[in-house]
Design a protein around this ligand. Sequence first.
Ligand SMILES: *Cc1c(COP(=O)(O)O)cnc(C)c1O
Length: 338
Amino acid sequence: MIIDFRSDTVTKPSPAMLDTMMKAKVGDDVFGEDTSINELEHLAAGMFGMEAALFCPSGTMTNQIAIKCHTQPGDEVICDESSHVYQYEGGGIAFNSGASVKLLYGDRGRITAEQILAAIQPDDPHRAHSSLVSLENTSNRGGGSCYEFSEILKIQSLCKEKNLAFHLDGARLWNALVAKKESPKQYGEAFDSISICLSKSLGCPVGSLLLGKKDFIKKARRIRKVFGGGMRQAGFIAAAGIYALHNNINRLSEDHLHAALIADAISKKDFIKMMLPVETNIIIFELTNTISAPQLVAKLKEYDILGYAISPVRVRLVTHLDISKEMIQKTIEVFNQL
Ligand SMILES: *Cc1c(COP(=O)(O)O)cnc(C)c1O
């Protein structure tokens, strides 16, 4: 039994999900004729109370399309230093949009309205034009930390006042919604655009959605085509998304419980110097100088437990749909022996 905590992307479609996929009604989506994709886009937009949605192969693509839609070359995007849009999308903000980035140093990936206000460029030809604020909820490098919704509302009104677009990288927004008992509609009202992943915590093999107003999604559809992301009978994978939205959201509390159980059991180990607060399904801890992160990951692998060294001293474990209670127990036993 391999216990794979490297990421919540490692899940395989369940038999029930596969069954739904095999029975999907499909068509050519470039002609707008794939009924499963249309249904998924309609379902997701409805959940968030947003006008429209666009199905894409990845969260990188939905983020990059959103940034392209919201900016002009030479503009500046305001985001946290650890953001996926900045760190892990291949320099896409510069490559795809010709925009620069204003990095803020937030608290576990979360930035405040106050920090953003101070980062907005003055109206001066020497300066880049601030045009977009991008948040990440939950924050991956922040250890699955969640925003307080009151802060999001403050940032929303600042963006309105200063005429900035407001984007959410919600790759793991579902985890935040479940952990904070929030509703998708709150988020739909707050942001101009939201990217959500189906292939992270929800257990789909592929797929992300970009949500926004009708005009915005119309423009996004054009940019998806330019980025090479127009798909044909992709309803087979959209059907997995429909299944996941109906079946795999509420169960995320189980993943959060599993993460908390591990965190509780291992945080006192003498080789762990510091652990980020565990709010959702991500555990990030820093090691003392007795063992490096790659060494600990190698040690765990001897017991068929897979983790991820996110830096020379930090290890990340992520719980997900394919991690059972038994696997959590075995992991705790192994840590107790180390
Ligand atoms: C995984 C992830 C994405 C999207 O990644 P893809 O692998 O392109 O789907 C975006 N943002 C965050 C925070 C992520 O963790």
